[in-house]
Design a binder for this molecule. Structure first.
Ligand SMILES: [Zn+2]
Length: 268
């Protein structure tokens, strides 16, 4: 059975209603989580959370707006790489780092994992890789966080075996099997939030888990089909797909057989 270890690598704050319409104006903390997935004989990371590189690349210029809109609280000891070292793991112990999408709070630590193979959505990356300046900012993408050799280490999930999922995971029916994970990790597309936004079904001792990344920022979102504020929707890639994905999560949740884990949940 696979095992998931959750890390919180810094957090940002913003008003509750930015994440969930109608939730009020209280300022809430939204942790940036990353996960270690151990399955078969391998170890994978799911996202990186914040890292010092985020602070460095949002200090000035157009990307300073990013840090202003979502003030970030981060200490060097919060870095995923530092937390893994505390657990006795070096970056060489990681088979690959999987990127759920390319928002700064998910990829900021990439530079802390040199030489580690990287997995992501090919269609998502092709829609993101050319973005610069304001266009990048509007998509929550900070090009400076991408290491120079990024593309030479990249493998796209679309190249993985496409498989049918067990009935328990309905309404999700198709996924990409993570190579080397012995059928315990399946990557699915959760479109809408950002280009190439991915989730993963993981078969753990406690049952199926869906790492649902930023498909919602609060369980209330998929339980009651309430999205974030109109302002937050500006950075959303496709609002219609976002709500289609929310409806799928609602159905999955009602099935009661899968635990859904959201990257930033907790405050709401
Ligand atoms: Zn995001």
């Amino acid at each position: 059975m696979a095992r998931i270890t959750t890390f919180e690598a810094g957090f940002c704050t913003h008003r509750a209603c930015m994440a969930l319409r109608g939730a009020g104006f209280a300022v809430c903390a939204f942790p940036a989580r990353a996960y270690l997935i151990e399955a078969g004989s391998g170890r994978w990371l799911w996202d990186t959370g914040y890292a010092s590189h985020f602070i460095d690349h949002t200090r000035s210029g157009v990307f300073a707006i990013y840090a202003k809109v979502t003030p970030v609280h981060f200490d060097a000891a919060d870095a995923l790489a530092a937390q893994l070292r505390q657990c006795g793991l070096q970056h060489g112990d990681i088979d690959a780092l999987i990127l759920s999408h390319f928002h700064g709070d998910h990829i900021a630590g990439l530079r802390d994992f040199p030489e580690v193979p990287l997995l992501c959505s090919g269609s998502g990356w092709s829609r993101t890789r050319h973005l610069q300046g304001i266009a990048a900012l509007r998509r929550g993408f900070i090009p400076g966080l991408i290491p120079a050799d990024f593309e030479s280490r990249l493998r796209f999930v679309e190249s993985f075996e496409h498989v049918a999922l067990p009935q328990a995971l309905a309404p999700f029916t198709q996924a990409y099997a993570l190579p080397g994970a012995d059928g315990e990790v399946f990557i699915v597309e959760l479109p809408g939030h950002a280009a190439g936004h991915l989730g993963a079904f993981v078969d753990t001792e406690d049952g199926w888990v869906l790492l649902a990344s930023d498909a919602a920022w609060s369980p209330t979102s998929y339980r009651e089909l309430v999205g974030p504020s109109t302002l937050s929707q500006l950075i959303m890639e496709d609002t219609r797909s976002y709500y289609d994905t929310l409806r799928q999560l609602q159905q999955l949740d009602r099935g009661g057989q899968v635990r859904i884990m959201l990257t930033h949940e907790g405050a709401l």
